[in-house]
Design a protein around this ligand. Structure first.
Ligand SMILES: [Zn+2]
Length: 278
């Protein structure tokens, strides 16, 4: 309480926030806010894809995300359903390899939150490209693959949720009614970190690891509307498969998934087929 004596200046709330943070963070935040040209003079930046100095992301590396989304599910091993049905379609903007890997790692774990705008924009464009293929569905719920609370804290944001927001905007721009529905969460049992696990161990680790949040599901979108899953990177597909199973167990139809990047299969099947393939 300030007693209403007017001694607090409401015009500078940002200064209060910055002053509460340690100096290097404060300086970096201010410099970024002041403009990248100034930041570039003081804080060295380089393209996280290729290392080109003095750019936040070079045109060549950005261009790798500019293409239309391509089907990639045949190269994702853990999407096999073992019930005779084909795996759901997975559309990827690009292969998770080379410069793209550097960009995604910098974005997720290298403190390059400034890349969110670019990557979300790429997913938004891709979803607009995909809209004609998904138009038959009527309306869609766009469900982000859940991020663990620890990862959210470490990154300061739910990056996959940001991609899902972009995907929903892109679908709407493409004429398909869509709304983000964050209806999945990790089961609260302890989950082993995926790093260093082979594909079979990953599948065991993630089976049943995702559950539907009933209250969120009831609040989000028209009941019965099918789902498009969104994730950043698909590697083995075991996480997407856990999400599909959790949703279908609740009677929700999963049309497929849109991901930023897909790990190339051993046969190099990164991007077979085109956007119109179903
Ligand atoms: Zn580059």
């Amino acid at each position: 309480m300030d007693g209403g004596d007017g001694c607090r200046n409401p015009r500078h709330p940002a200064e209060v926030t910055l002053a509460a943070r340690p100096w290097p963070t404060r300086a970096a935040a201010w410099l970024r806010a002041a403009g990248t040209d100034l930041a570039r003079l003081v804080l060295p930046v380089e393209c996280p894809g290729c290392g080109l100095p003095d750019v936040l992301l070079c045109a060549a590396c950005a261009g790798r995300l500019a293409g239309p989304p391509r089907r990639c599910e045949t190269g994702v091993p853990r999407l096999d359903r073992m019930d005779g049905h084909p795996p759901p379609p997975v559309w990827a903007l690009t292969a998770y390899a080379g410069p793209v890997r550097g960009v995604v790692v910098a974005w997720k774990d290298g403190g390059r939150a400034d890349l969110t705008r670019v990557l979300v924009g790429a997913v938004e464009r891709a979803a607009a490209d995909l809209a004609p293929v998904l138009a038959d569905a009527g309306g869609l719920r766009v469900v982000p693959v859940p991020t663990s609370a620890a990862a959210r804290r470490r990154r300061g944001a739910d990056l996959v949720r940001a991609l899902a927001d972009g995907a929903a905007r892109g679908l709407v721009a493409g004429g398909v009614p869509a709304a983000v529905a964050p209806v999945l969460r990790h089961r609260t049992r302890r989950r082993v970190d995926q790093v260093g696990l082979g594909s079979r161990a990953r599948a065991r680790n993630t089976a049943g690891a995702v559950v539907v949040r009933p209250q969120a599901a009831a609040r989000s979108g028209p009941p019965g509307a099918p789902v498009l899953l969104v994730d950043d990177v698909v590697t083995t597909g075991s996480t997407l498969e856990a999400c599909r199973r959790a949703l279908e167990a609740e009677g929700v139809r999963v049309l497929g998934a849109l991901v930023l990047a897909a790990t190339p299969s051993p046969r190099g099947e990164v991007v077979p087929g085109g956007v119109g393939d179903r």
